[in-house]
Design a protein. Structure first.
Length: 272
């Protein structure tokens, strides 16, 4: 052992030992097919890895944990079926993580645009740029609130959301971060692709009268306020997925452990 290594502080040695224990515990748990844990704290498993030029390329991949995929698959199951079936991750997992990836791509581009430095020639002591930044921040805050409210409405109520968060171990900060990315993604599409945050009245009426939605048995006058955020979210979801599909040649998506997203019957058939 080197002289420098011999002088390493005790806390470094303890941290190093704990790190080794974490790796060994995770490996042993993975070997017997159980979810790796240390005490009562679950170790996150990566369900999806993805990269894209706008996210820094393959040198800077991003990850979605199994907890997040499970949570958003649960949300889709509740919003679509009104209940959570046994194999809801197998049914809704792929659509859940594809939406998260699409929103992350769009949000990253919008965030870069919002934080880009303003050319000096455009700066004045009382510039409209300052007012615009303030207006955008307030706009974004409203959109985050709206995105959260629409998600809650789709699954039932706030109690359902809190139960889903607890079931999958998603913290309030993690959830708020996803809602912020959702709002940024919507802002990008609205500004750069097609206006969607403030649909025209005739467009709303056509969709209300001709579509299949939760308010079809209500009168337009009473359903309008609830239908608008539902309509915007549906159109936004479709546009985000279309954006991802168009970008698939440059977006690399991998599921390191695809068996995590299989149904029980599929795992049994494959001997997983």
């Amino acid at each position: 052992m080197s002289e420098a290594a011999g002088r390493r502080p005790l806390r470094w040695c303890v941290a190093h030992a704990l790190g080794a224990l974490l790796v060994l515990s995770s490996a042993a748990a993975a070997a017997d097919g159980t979810s790796p844990t240390i005490g009562e704290i679950p170790v996150d498993q990566v369900a999806v890895r993805y990269s894209a030029p706008e996210l820094g390329g393959s040198a800077h991949p991003r990850f979605i944990t199994l907890r997040e995929v499970t949570f958003f698959a649960r949300i889709e199951a509740l919003g679509t079926d009104g209940a959570v079936a046994t194999d809801f991750v197998a049914r809704y997992g792929k659509s859940a993580y594809e939406r998260l990836i699409a929103e992350d791509l769009l949000a990253s581009v919008e965030a870069q645009a919002l934080t880009s430095p303003v050319p000096r020639t455009a700066l004045r002591p009382t510039d409209v740029g300052v007012r615009e930044a303030t207006r955008t921040a307030a706009q974004l805050a409203r959109m985050i609130t709206s995105a959260r409210a629409e998600l809650v409405r789709r699954i039932g109520d706030e109690k359902q959301l809190q139960a889903a968060l607890a079931a999958d171990g998603i913290s309030a900060d993690e959830f708020d971060g996803r809602m912020r990315r959702r709002a940024l993604a919507l802002l990008y599409l609205d500004r750069n692709v097609t206006p969607m945050r403030e649909p025209q009245e005739d467009e709303l009426l056509r969709a209300f009268r001709g579509g299949s939605h939760p308010f079809r048995n209500e009168k337009w006058e009473t359903a309008r306020a609830k239908f608008i955020p539902y309509f915007v979210d549906d159109r936004f979801h479709q546009a985000a997925i279309e954006y991802l599909q168009a970008a698939r040649t440059r977006v690399k998506i991998a599921t390191p452990s695809p068996e995590l997203l299989l149904s029980a019957s599929e795992r049994a058939r494959l001997g997983k």
